[in-house]
Write a protein that binds this ligand. Sequence first.
Ligand SMILES: [Fe+2]
Ligand SMILES: [Fe+2]
Length: 347
Amino acid sequence: MIRSTAGRVIRKIDPRARRRERQARQGAREHVTLPLDMFDQLRTGDEVAAAKKLEGIYHKGQRRAWNGKEVLAELVEKHGGVRVAPEQREALRALFAVILWGELAAWKISADLAQRLEPLEAKMAATAQAHDEARHFYVMHDYLELLGDVPRTLPPSTQRLLEGVLQTDDLVRKLVGMQMMVEPMALALFQMVRESNVEPVLSDLIRLFERDEARHVALGVLHLPKLLQGMGPVEAARLYRWEFGEYLAQLRMLREMEPHFNALGLDVRRVIEIGRNKQVRANQMLAEEIGAPLPVLEAFIRFFDAKAEWEWPSREYDTSRDHLEAVLRAAFQGGADVPAHLTDVAA
Ligand SMILES: [Fe+2]
Ligand SMILES: [Fe+2]
């Protein structure tokens, strides 16, 4: 049965609807050429409200679309070319290789979501995202050509993280991995590079990427509640195990990128903190949409806060005992605020 955020029972799910929802979650309907029954699904008031916002993402994406070729040419003229210190050029190239290929991964994933998501409004939002990601990919390609060669390789853990999201057939994993994990982390990198103003053309370009990416996180927040509905404990446990592996890969990716952050004068610990806060915020919004707590997520946050404190101490400790105490504090209390919404949304 389905409950509203206030906990009121709205309707009982009939077996056909339950089957349709499971198929939607597992992406098992792509063999259906035309889903002629896609408008048959009953909706709760919350689902109608979410659908309206998803439709809005499509129209906003259309209104705010920008011409990447023109924008890049204008920025190059405004700043007198791409200007970066020679010792920083390689680091910038290596960091933005991850963004370049991450944009292609996002393009492929959003195109897949556009094909498979139902209902209509979620399909529209994913289609708008695919349009944005195509722009991000070609603009980043053109920018990297100005910086030197376009990188054709990725470090192993970075590739593993992106392919983990690309290769799954499960729509929930695709949305959780791309919209709730990879995109918030990319936003953290954008923010750091923009604030440091290491290369003026890139800083201005990034502002436009950031504006688009915020809409993509919203697709995950608004559509995941529908897909998570009725997920059984076995499916949920498999999802959490997969997410755990992706979070581990994310930390290994940051370790791989660390020399490049250092070369650009960026503090990797701060990238982790900003990324973590953006990911927590996305999950907090998801919990608000669902109207239910996400208790396993709180355990994840504490585990990864403790691991981050262990691998990248937030400050210099006088003794290793002080460091160990800080790690344990992060494990038991969280390294920073764990929003109450993750644990007691229904309260
Ligand atoms: Fe993007
Ligand atoms: Fe995106």
